[in-house]
Design a protein around this ligand. Structure first.
Ligand code: SF4
Length: 440
């Protein structure tokens, strides 16, 4: 293998994809490749695709063109969820040489003996049922915090979702391996870990290659609470029906787990939640928010919500809008429903016109701005801890408090990747929060 080769990566989608790209990139480095930025000249360009992104196909083609512009002779490989769902479609894209599905993506370096361009992209994808084994990953060096994969796949059947078709059944890393990865991350000087997966609340399922639940998500949280050198552990997205009281109480009393929860709601209407085959109704969701705010009034709560799902009448949408307005939550991630092949929802009646979907999305994004502002205002004059990022953004350095308030202060490289206690003072025009340092 020629070690002088240059490789560049482009990742679409979620934290899980970023953790996997970072792990695959480390395999390349181990084999003597030099990792370069995607904008630079490379011999190999790897695109880690996403199936949730709107216009995933258009986005993919643009990225391939971008790579070819820099080096028309470069070898282009596509991996990830979209590659698993539509392998031949990606292989037909001009310039693509290799497409690897869910079971092959971690073996990418073994497919690179011949880097000459292929007329037609070579496809190595499988039936998703074969993706029943677990491969660990975590991100390092790309950001201030590390995304640590703890679980993959999903056994739920939400009627709008293709992720189970792209990533397979629910399966988990062993607790031992997760703790080992957390230690590896901490020795690299990373202070915050973000737990990531597809349905992390289902952690423990398939830990030892069977359907049994060896450890629970709560056991994972308990075990990760005392990893030397890790100051913060952030739970990324977790299903409301899998966020147990014991986990919330534990986070409330933990020095390391941060008071920030991202909990998908999807709709504020029980009728739609049933059509979506979600595993809870609004009462459970309201109860989760109340429980969190009872034991952690300063906690940040983020909410995923879908607008324009088939059957969402004006009344249904208003029910969602009203519930979100009343809930003590901090921000929204708003997704506009889009039809996905091989899902139940695509066959449902009551299709919502695109213009209406867009209008509803705009309304909820407006509500999210108000919610975030109100949450930030509720935190002014409070004492928080900030983990600073490492980028000079227009003369400022930014960071996040433990409860996910975004702050900024004039650029000072010594602050990069450090933790400081501060008192939040005011909100700037750009919505970021200013503060005073509190000397210990
Ligand atoms: S829980 Fe539902 S929405 Fe989430 S990945 Fe699983 S099937 Fe998709």
């Amino acid at each position: 293998m020629n070690t002088q080769k240059k490789v560049a990566f482009y990742t679409l989608g979620c934290k899980l994809n970023f953790s996997e790209t970072s792990t695959i990139a480390r395999d390349f480095t181990k084999e003597g490749f030099e990792r370069v930025d995607f904008k630079e000249y490379a011999d190999i360009y790897v695109i880690n695709t996403c199936s949730v992104t709107d216009n995933a196909d258009k986005k993919f083609k643009t990225i391939v063109k971008q790579a070819q512009k820099v080096n028309p002779d470069a070898f282009v490989a596509a991996i990830g969820c979209y590659a698993q769902l539509k392998p031949t479609e990606l292989a037909d894209v001009n310039g693509v040489d290799l497409v690897l599905g869910a079971t092959e993506k971690f073996k990418l370096t073994s497919y690179l003996n011949d880097l000459s361009k292929n007329e037609q992209g070579e496809v190595h994808a499988c039936e998703i049922e074969d993706a029943n084994f677990y491969v660990g990953s975590y991100s390092i060096g790309d950001r201030t915090r590390a995304f640590l994969k703890v679980q993959d796949g999903c056994d739920y059947k939400c009627t709008y979702c293709t992720i189970p078709l792209a990533r397979g059944i629910s399966r988990s890393a062993t607790l031992e391996n997760i703790l080992q990865s957390a230690k590896e991350i901490s020795v690299k000087g990373i202070k915050e870990i973000v737990l990531t997966g597809v349905n992390i609340g289902d952690y423990g399922k398939g830990e030892f290659g069977n359907k049994k639940h060896e450890h629970t998500f709560f056991k994972l949280v308990e075990a990760l609470d005392n990893v030397a050198g890790i100051h913060r552990v952030r739970i990324s997205s977790i299903e409301p029906n899998l966020l147990k009281d014991e986990t919330i109480d534990f986070v409330a009393n933990s020095d390391n787990f941060v008071p920030h929860f991202h909990i998908p709601l999807q709709s504020g209407s029980d009728t739609l939640l049933k059509l979506m085959k979600r595993r809870y109704l609004t009462e459970t969701y309201i109860n989760r928010v109340a429980k969190i705010k009872e034991v952690m009034p300063h906690a940040c709560i983020g909410v995923d919500v879908i607008v324009g799902f088939p059957g969402e009448t004006d009344e249904e949408f208003l029910t969602t809008y009203t519930l979100l307005s009343e809930l003590d939550i901090s921000y929204l991630h708003v997704f506009t429903y889009s039809e996905r092949e091989n899902t139940e929802a695509v066959k449902m009646g009551g299709v919502v016109p695109l213009a209406v979907r867009k209008k509803r999305s705009k309304m909820l994004r407006g509500l999210s701005v108000k919610k975030r502002r109100a949450f930030y205002e509720s935190q002014l004059n409070s004492t928080r801890t900030v983990l600073f990022e490492d980028e000079n953004k227009e003369g400022y350095i930014q960071g996040f408090t433990e409860n996910y308030v975004k702050v900024k202060t004039p650029w000072n490289p010594e602050l990069a990747n450090t933790l400081h206690t501060v008192k939040l003072t005011k909100i700037d025009e750009d919505g970021l929060v200013r503060f005073e340092f509190i000397t210990e």
